[in-house]
Write a protein that binds this ligand. Sequence first.
Ligand code: CP
Ligand code: NVA
Length: 303
Amino acid sequence: MRHFLTLMDFTKEDILAIVDHAIKLKTNPKKLLHDKTLAMIFEKNSTRTRMAFELAITELGGKAIFLDSNDLQLGRGEPIKDTARVIGSMVDFVMMRVKNHDSLIEFAKYSKAPVINGLSELYHPTQILGDLLTIKEWGKEKDNNVKIAFVGDSNNVCNSWLIASAILGYEISIAIPENYNINTQVWDFVTKKSEISGAKISLFHNKFDALKNKDVVITDTWISMGEEKEKENKIKDFAGFIIDDDAMRQANGDAILLHCLPAYRGFEVSEMVFEKHSKVIFEEAVNRLYVVKALLCFLNKSL
Ligand code: CP
Ligand code: NVA
């Protein structure tokens, strides 16, 4: 049994197989998970992830159970390992969106069902699967390479994009403020993996350098869920990091903009640039459904 806590545990072949299967399921839906059950535990808000997982299992012939962590005994202090031994023995899959990645690791240790990361502060792997599908559909993968710029905070989406690029051998430039760092474990992984895959990973503290010659521009909110108290400081830290017309002009002429959403116009992206790229951004959001379907089938060995 395999869990899906971070893309680090998956090979290039695994990731490409999931994306390819998502393309097939998008045009040719099949009920491949008849009567299978999925528990979805949320410690944070969600629109896309909740919709994607609930619809995915339902359209595959199974059933989802939505659980707000505060409604569970978990919210009153029941240990994660006890919750995992109960829920993980009753269902076929567990999806968790957690405040602390260690909760996912602990749950997975005691769960009999595969555990999927629906976002932690460190990683957002199903987002990257949806982005990969979108990049493929928009023809931005050329000669097995994608030229990517990520401009934003160095947390979940950024980390998962670094990991995916390192595994897949892509070219990615990250732009983060001077006083921000990449998580050491992530940096060690991508440095080692790039030597094997040929990925080109660069780190900048200025958006213009990162954006040059890129076909895919990615941004994310500067104030992630749970960081609301740091809002004022983060806005100061990220001054000059907005993706606006000037920024997009540095990228290649037909570059696409991806945003995991929700988007905060006037902060990480200007209203005009967001609306100009809204077609691809909302396709990216809907693609979560197809990659989640493919991921569930993959973990169930139904690919
Ligand atoms: N992108 C994403 O995960 O969206 P939600 O927070 O709405 O699930
Ligand atoms: N970095 C954002 C991603 C939201 C999908 C957050 O953690 O809130």
